[in-house]
Design a protein around this ligand. Structure first.
Ligand code: NDP
Length: 315
């Protein structure tokens, strides 16, 4: 049978390119889990994906009700689940004020981390039950949360501090909107959410890899400077960022190439190692990359896991 893979945020950028790359192999049925049905349908069509290779299902990660509804519909569809890719993200680098999810969490951490945390916890059983030879849970990370790299040292740096804001619910009422308890900063909130993504992947690995055989992985696909992620940035930034990445840092990858990289983490039989953060070198060869001290801090990973369980109603 074909493998079944859910990709969140498959209506643009990396998620769409990955959906296309997997659909084209004819070996995968891609469930595009998207908040905007029409946009996803148009995107799949214009990427030339053929109908028998994908299904669009509604998922808004900024609402825990929507996450639960998505999981219910998926379970009722009777489809097996072989790979889950947590890819969707919001980035609000120029926002002066925080915005919030349906439950009142600051939007970047609420969507990128908490929405995906609940989704992957609720779908873990389905992955465990899959009889597919490769079962994987992939959470897209980023270099920007990794302060052991040049890119990760561009201020404001990721820093989760003692998690006091997360413990308070990130709602700006009885707690701060930032995980570390500081004042709102949209760019930092995104980076913090990516650190949570990478810590969550490792915590999944420690808790469930041996027992379930699932491969847990994260990755940095390269700088895909052309995606919608930068849609809220100032126009001058959007004009100069792609050539800057192409010619100066040389970290630029096309959406197509990044999609092939993530598709590799989904389906390549040689990338079975669990608990790994994958990156690619200049010749586009994959390698196991090192995470920053904070993004590999086991104690923090455990605390984030426990706090997140409380916030999404699992504890
Ligand atoms: P895009 O903005 O192109 O794609 C993000 C996707 O997430 C879109 O499909 C968007 O949906 C979806 N999304 C946003 N909010 C929600 C929500 N509440 N519910 C469901 N879906 C939602 O950005 P990229 O393709 O660049 O980003 C994809 C991943 O790659 C992210 O995890 C990002 O952190 C990571 N990444 C990107 C890098 C880059 O250089 N671009 C570098 C490193 C990592 P919609 O189409 O409806 O807006």
């Amino acid at each position: 049978r074909k493998g079944s893979v859910i990709i969140t945020g498959a209506s643009s950028g990396l998620g769409l390119a990955t959906a296309k790359a997997l659909a084209e192999t004819g070996k995968w049925h891609v469930i595009m889990a998207c908040r905007d049905f029409l946009k996803a349908e148009r995107a799949a069509k214009s990427a030339g994906m053929s109908k028998e290779n994908y299904t669009i299902m509604h998922l808004d990660l900024a609402s825990l009700d929507s996450v639960r509804q998505f999981v219910d519909s998926y379970k009722r569809s009777g489809r097996p689940l072989d790979v889950l890719v947590c890819n969707a993200a919001v980035y609000q680098p120029t926002a002066k004020e925080p915005s919030f999810t349906a439950e009142g969490f600051e939007l970047s951490v609420g969507t990128n981390h908490l929405g995906h945390f609940l989704l992957s916890r609720l779908l873990l059983d389905d992955l465990t039950q899959s009889d597919y030879p490769l079962k994987r849970l992939i959470i897209v990370g980023s270099i920007t949360g990794n302060t052991n790299t040049l890119a990760g040292n561009v201020p404001p740096k990721a820093n989760l501090g003692d998690l006091r804001g997360l413990a308070g619910g990130l709602n700006g009422l009885n707690s701060a909107t930032m995980i570390d308890g500081g004042d709102f900063d949209g760019a930092k909130a995104y980076k913090d959410s990516k650190v949570c993504n990478m810590l969550t992947m490792q915590e999944f690995h420690r808790r469930f890899h041996e027992e379930t055989g699932i491969t847990f992985a994260s990755l940095y696909p390269g700088c895909i400077a052309t995606t919608g992620l930068f849609r809220e940035h100032i126009p001058l930034f959007r004009l100069l960022f792609p050539p800057f990445q192409k010619y100066i840092t040389k970290g630029f990858v096309s959406e197509e190439e990044a999609g092939k990289r993530l598709a590799q983490v989904v389906s390549d039989p040689s990338l079975t190692k669990s608990g790994v953060y994958w990156s690619w070198n200049k010749d586009s060869a994959s390698f196991e990359n090192q995470l920053s001290p904070e993004a590999s801090d086991q104690e923090k990973a455990r605390k984030i896991w426990e706090q997140s369980e409380k916030l999404v109603g699992l504890a």
